[in-house]
Design a protein around this ligand. Structure first.
Ligand code: SAM
Length: 346
């Protein structure tokens, strides 16, 4: 079986963090305007599938063409079945990357379960080397010390891993017009902590979002953004992996020409997105989801991954629904390979 497919699986809707720019909206926004459209995300677990169903579907992945699964959300590590899902996938010889806000890593039983599950990598989100910036835009549930808790969580995981090559540990950060220096500062912090990789990714906000003018990236920020990524790639922190070199150019293009066509897009070909209610989409692009005909709406509920995610045939199609959120998919695909390769030379 040739394994070529990647799944981004948003396992659960709830999250205890209060990120003000979150793809899922804020809980306050969700309560005021609960989701109504297919594919609309929220932190309300209105239709989230059960742990039993998620684990059952995970068990069918062994015979599919899936090679890598990112388990995200919401927060996967606040939901105990997530660890069973992770270990089921890892036992099938499929790479599992757990994407977490980092705070659950302060619970020793979670770290032990991650190591026992045999996950390939843990991607921790942290937006800034500056605690004040991070805790303003990405506050913990207690509103106080999210940055500090994430650092202690990362240290606990790296210490528990010891000299073992897995799980790889990395930091993802959301880059906005207000934290451009963090393109380099967070990877430097990641290297000091002993992490293996870092991915600074551009913020994606829907048009009209209330933070668009405070945080959004526009063509006016392209030159400063290019300089920030240039500095990082010119002098990468020693020992730290970054997404492959086309990535800074992809980020710049996303900011300058957000409506361009993506030729041979991997969305729906070798990438799929699964939402907490079990719905399956080509990718998380809101534009592409909105353009998916009702006849093509699919769900993992009761489905077999071997049929649903068989080896792709033919060529990947072109996509005219390019948005700034697309650029955050590249580091999940081939660009992510160096981060997971424990042996490869830097
Ligand atoms: C939605 S979170 C879910 C997983 C987990 N709770 C976490 O914090 O990593 C996945 C990633 O998306 C990022 N993210 C959320 N909203 C975003 C946005 N509007 N633009 C870019 N990245 C965003 C988060 O910072 C995080 O790195």
């Amino acid at each position: 079986m040739s394994r070529t497919r990647t799944l981004l699986w948003a396992l659960r809707s709830p999250c205890r963090l209060r990120c003000k720019y979150c793809y899922f909206g804020t809980i306050e926004q969700n309560l005021l305007a609960p989701p109504t459209e297919p594919g609309e995300l929220s932190h309300l677990a209105l239709n989230d599938i059960s742990g039993a169903e998620a684990t059952r579907f995970a068990g069918t992945l062994a015979a599919s063409a899936v090679k890598r699964v990112f388990l995200a959300g919401g927060e996967p590590l606040d939901w105990p079945p997530a660890l069973e899902v992770a270990s089921t996938i890892a036992a099938a010889g499929i790479e599992v990357v757990v994407c977490t806000n980092g705070i659950p890593l302060n619970r020793p039983e979670i770290v032990t379960a991650l190591l026992d599950a045999g996950v390939t990598a843990v991607s921790v989100s942290l937006d800034s080397a500056d605690p004040v910036y991070n805790d303003t835009w990405r506050p913990a549930g207690n509103g106080r010390d999210g940055h500090a808790q994430v650092l202690t969580g990362i240290r606990a995981l790296i210490e528990a891993r010891g000299p073992a090559p897995v799980p790889r540990v990395g930091i993802y950060s959301v880059i906005t017009r207000a934290n451009l220096p963090d393109v380099s500062a967070v990877p430097q912090l990641a290297a000091q902590l002993g992490c293996d990789y870092a991915v600074p990714q551009p913020i994606s906000l829907p048009t009209g979002h209330e933070l668009e003018h405070e945080l959004g990236l526009t063509p006016d920020h392209a030159a400063a953004l290019a300089r920030s990524y240039g500095d990082l790639y010119d002098t990468p922190p020693p020992g730290l992996r970054l997404p492959r070199p086309p990535y800074p150019r992809q980020v710049a293009t996303a900011v300058t020409t957000p409506t361009s066509m993506v030729r041979g897009c991997f969305g729906g070909h070798t990438l799929n997105f699964i939402e907490p209610d079990g719905s399956v989409w080509d990718c998380p692009s809101a534009l592409r989801i909105a353009a998916t005909p009702a006849d093509d709406h699919r769900t993992i509920i009761g489905a077999d991954a071997a049929t649903m995610f068989a080896a792709p045939t033919g060529r990947a199609g072109d996509c005219g629904h390019f948005g700034v959120d697309c650029v955050n998919m590249w580091p999940l695909m081939r660009d992510f390979d160096p981060a997971l390769d424990a042996e490869a030379a830097l």
